[in-house]
Design a protein around this ligand. Structure first.
Ligand SMILES: Nc1ncnc2c1ncn2[C@@H]1O[C@H](COP(=O)(O)OP(=O)(O)OP(=O)(O)O)[C@@H](O)[C@H]1O
Ligand SMILES: [Mg+2]
Length: 424
């Protein structure tokens, strides 16, 4: 029995649901690992799974165009595709967008190289988040060229697809990716209120970004409105390692679902891109290839964000960020995070369109390294803490032998189907 299996107590066992197996997994605080049989054949497995839904072809999105009374099937422009997804004919002014959100922008809560992130509150008290990314302009943003319509389109599609995995579906289902509520294409001067909130954030936390007040009046932006996912994992103070391990498992299972459904690779799953929020829900459920997998939350819900570097196959189209000529990303030192970019480059042989689910495994290994080296757990002396910490450390030692998250799930989380599991 493997270490992770032995740390998981199957409360309900297996039963058949609509011809598929339902498996409920519980991390048991009482069970110490009974075996240290962690060795695993390092022989890499072939991707010959009959359930594999991969599509490895590259077809531009097509739209009918009429030229001199003849209809041609032409690649649709990225701008048109984005406007269609925004439900707009043209970019709309900032104030109109803010009014349509029906929300008050409260404060800036985060930033990235390309975007500013604001927290909003709706009249019913619900919180949402607005991520604003300038596009198409010649004005450099934080020393970088602005993204084009074409470059931001993949982030829009990926955000929308992985968010839609929360829709009830017994094959592939997870709400582990942040919920995308709307996308807008905006034109105009950055509103004064947002500039003020930006300055407040700068005074309190400091910023690495240029002031958005510098953008010209005709600047275009893409606004992503998402659900509020909590605070990021960077510097989070967990109750104990059991809670951290639950967060780890939540991230792992969400990744497994998207990886199998879309040949998804996140490619930038550092601790700033995992959000944590307290939850009263005692458990969380995932569907992976028809398997229902339920795990305990121990009071924390994890949400994955930020698909700037991510890759999926969507409607036969591979969407990815070509990092092959990026020099800076692969030369940084000082944190295991930077080694992961180099590991990805080598796994992909610098061909970023390819699918190497090992990149997801590298990020999961990075996450385990972070969680096992944290020194700020609140209840470090408890038995549950020590057991979960040992489990994570042992898992960390074997994790890189796997080539995909699906392989990890198949090995640790899903019992092999045998006669006694079958009801029919
Ligand atoms: N839905 C959300 N809920 C809560 N906080 C969020 C949310 N989205 C983003 N944030 C906060 O804003 C930060 C930046 O967001 P995000 O990672 O999406 O931006 P980015 O510009 O893509 O950053 P990067 O430089 O990592 O590419 C996050 O690390 C997080 O702290
Ligand atoms: Mg980020």
């Amino acid at each position: 029995m493997s270490i992770l299996r032995s740390s998981i107590h199957r409360r309900e066992g297996c039963c058949s649901v609509a011809g598929e197996r339902r498996i409920t997994l519980y991390m048991d605080d009482h069970l110490a690992p009974q075996s240290t049989n962690l060795t695993r054949s390092s022989t890499s497995r072939q991707r010959d799974d009959p359930n594999d839904v991969s599509v490895h072809q590259f077809i531009a999105p097509l739209a009918w165009k009429t030229v001199s009374d003849k209809r041609y099937l032409c690649p649709k422009s990225s701008k048109d595709e984005i406007l269609a997804r925004c439900g707009q004919q043209e970019p709309i002014p900032f104030e109109k967008t803010l009014a349509s959100l029906n929300a008050v922008v409260e404060r800036k809560i985060g930033e990235g190289v390309y975007g500013e992130v604001f927290l909003c509150t709706k009249p019913n008290g619900q919180r949402s988040v607005l991520k604003l990314i300038p596009i198409e302009g010649s004005h450099l943003i934080n020393g970088e060229k602005q993204k084009t319509y074409e470059e931001i389109l993949s982030e829009i599609i990926i955000s929308s697809e992985v968010s839609s995995l929360r829709q009830q579906n017994v094959q592939f289902c997870t709400d582990g990716f942040v919920e995308l509520q709307s996308v807008h294409c905006i034109v105009g001067k950055y509103p004064e209120r947002l500039v003020n909130l930006w300055q407040e954030y700068d005074q309190k936390n400091g910023t690495e970004n240029d002031s958005p007040a510098e953008f010209p009046d005709e600047q275009l932006y893409i606004a992503f409105e998402t659900a509020f996912g909590g605070t990021d994992l960077d510097g989070y103070r967990f109750r104990n390692a059991q809670q951290a391990f639950s967060v780890y498992t939540q991230v792992l299972l969400a990744l497994a679902v998207a990886e199998k459904r879309y040949d998804f690779e996140h490619r930038d799953l550092h601790t700033g891109n995992i959000l944590l929020e307290p939850t009263k829900e005692p458990e969380r459920t995932y569907y992976l290839l028809g398997e229902e997998i339920t795990i305990e939350t121990f009071g924390l819900k994890a949400t994955i964000i930020d698909y700037t570097l991510s890759r999926i196959v969507y409607n036969g189209l591979c969407l990815f960020n070509d990092l092959s000529t990026d020099e800076e990303l692969f030369t940084a030192e000082g944190d295991y995070q930077f080694e992961i970019y180099r590991n990805m480059k080598s796994a992909l042989q610098n061909q970023w369109n390819l699918h190497a689910p090992k990149t997801n495994v590298y990020w999961l290994h990075y996450l385990l390294e972070k969680l096992t080296s944290l020194r700020n757990y609140r209840e470090k002396t408890s038995q549950v803490h020590r057991v979960a910490m040992r489990t994570m450390k042992e898992l960390s030692e074997v994790l890189l032998q796997f080539n995909s998250v699906h392989e990890i799930v198949s090995h640790y989380f899903v019992a092999p189907l045998n006669e006694s599991n079958k009801e029919n």
